[in-house]
Design a protein around this ligand. Structure first.
Ligand code: SIN
Length: 486
């Protein structure tokens, strides 16, 4: 058991959930899971074998056969029961999340709400899985199009949102009538297992939702090698996404990929500085900078540069870094040592290329996995921070002169997940919104994530959309019924 106490200790599971059973690895192998804030071991989860994963595939097939026969209303009712249990156990789920991921408790609570909102959205959407009729070309003929669940699906989810990235996928899959095998990140399996425990208690039939843990490459290979699996949804790095997409080609499995980003956050001279700073804090420092949509590059027009930098440093000085369980903290540790080193490398590289340290403690003075928020400016666009996602609390400012220059810099990346800009001129707003090559453009707003909107990127940031009605469509196939006349 973890050092903290849960109101419902049964939510802490050190076993996988497969076909309605709680299983360990057939060879007894386990993986240690630690608390990134302290390095203490929280518990152990099974390192399943290939045979165990095959068992999960068979179970998901059996679960699919039952789930697809149920009415949309029956499925929605069970999903809403699951949601009720998540809300009832919000504090315990948030506690597990902070324990294994490190994020401040208030953010973990917020994530339980965010995760639940996907279940509600898709439970409602289940009943609107409409098909269509099309006027036929031939007399007496009828064209009917139905939307059908793709079948057994797989979700491979990241550590930065241990609950919401699961429900964003599982909500859509279950609403469409699919079953799912979830492989949570190695760092954060306990939140996933608690959600599975609640799915069982909600009465979601055995095999519909399965959670497996273990060696990620082996699990990915085994799942994608099976012709039973019809779809894979992955959130994580572009490198792993590319590999999984190639593996899915063997069996022509559908793929949704939510991959890396390098979000530009543009502040034009006509922006409202206070609003831009509020948005910058919301975007850059959410989850201590560890989201795929965190602002990675602040492109700031010269006329407003000094005012923005001064106001941003003031706002950053109000951030409170501490252990996730300290209720005063709104910034916490990074996930591991490699994450700390990445921030240090981006910082050093930017300074080596001429950037100026404006505010904050140097990342070189990091203690354990804790990096303090830091602000630099005059960053050259050939710096690593402008090419790769930092995934940490480094705010890097790049001054620019013209709108054309800002657009060119913003688009000068292989990534295209999210972008942000602040401006007041309505003509400029439309021009820039049209020109930015990202799946999401956030205008005068620093926090856009919500289940009703299509989340996803272009270019190396991925394929497909999650959330919204489009999110459920990803788990369906169209079937064209051609009804001949007499
Ligand atoms: C992510 O970082 O992958 C997801 C962020 C979000 O849902 O807002």
């Amino acid at each position: 058991m973890p050092a903290v106490t849960l109101k419902a200790p049964r939510l802490f599971r050190e076993a996988c959930y497969v076909g309605g059973q709680w299983i360990t690895a057939d060879n007894g192998a386990t993986i240690d899971v630690d608390n990134p804030a302290t390095g203490d071991i929280i518990g152990r989860v099974p390192s399943l074998s290939q045979a165990d994963i095959q068992q999960a595939i068979d179970s998901a097939q059996a679960g699919f056969n039952e789930w697809r026969q149920m009415t949309a209303q029956e499925r929605a009712d069970l999903m809403l029961r699951w949601l009720d249990l998540m809300q009832e156990h919000k504090e315990d789920i948030a506690t597990l999340m902070t324990l294994e991921q490190g994020k401040p408790l208030a953010e973990s609570r917020g994530e339980v709400d965010y995760a639940g909102a996907f279940i509600r959205w898709f439970a409602e959407e289940a009943r609107r899985n409409y098909g269509e009729t099309i006027p036929a070309a031939k007399r007496g003929q009828h064209i009917v199009v139905t939307r059908n669940p793709v079948g057994v699906t797989v979700a491979i989810t990241p550590w930065n949102f241990p609950a919401a990235m699961i429900t964003r996928k599982a909500g859509a899959a279950l609403a469409a009538g699919c079953s799912m095998i979830i492989k949570p990140a190695e760092a954060t399996p306990f939140t996933a297992l608690a959600l599975a425990q609640l799915a069982e208690e909600a009465g979601i039939p055995a095999g519909v939702l399965n959670v497996v843990t273990g060696d990620a490459p082996m699990i990915g290979e085994t799942l994608t090698a099976s012709p039973v699996v019809r779809k894979l949804s992955f959130t994580g790095s572009t490198a792993v996404g590319r590999k999984l997409m190639a593996q899915c080609a063997q069996n022509i499995q559908k793929v949704s990929l939510e991959l890396g980003g390098n979000a530009p956050f543009i502040v034009f001279d006509d922006a409202d500085v206070d609003k831009a700073v509020e948005g910058a804090i919301a975007s850059k420092f959410r989850n201590t900078g560890q989201t795929c949509v965190c602002a990675n590059r602040f492109l700031v027009q010269r006329g407003i540069h000094d005012a923005f930098v001064e106001a941003l440093s003031k706002a950053m000085s109000e951030l409170v870094v501490g252990d996730g369980f300290d209720e005063k903290a709104n910034q916490s540790c990074l996930i591991n040592k490699a994450a700390v080193e990445k921030v240090q490398t981006h910082y050093k590289d930017a300074l080596d290329k001429g950037a100026r340290h404006v505010w904050g403690e140097s990342p070189n003075d990091a203690k354990g996995n804790y990096v303090q928020p830091v602000l630099i400016t005059d960053v050259s666009h050939d710096s690593t921070v402008c090419k790769e996602e930092t995934f940490g609390p480094l705010a890097a400012v790049i001054p620019f002169d013209t709108e054309e220059e800002a657009i060119a810099l913003a688009n000068d990346t292989p990534y295209g997940l999210a972008s942000y800009f602040y401006a007041r001129d309505i003509h400029r707003i439309w021009r820039v919104a049209d020109a930015l090559e990202t799946g999401i453009v956030s205008i005068n707003e620093g926090a856009f994530s919500n289940p009703a909107a299509p989340f996803g990127g272009v270019k190396a940031s991925g394929l497909g959309r999650e959330g919204s009605r489009h999110g459920m469509e990803e788990y369906t196939e169209l079937k064209y019924l051609c009804m001949g006349g007499e």
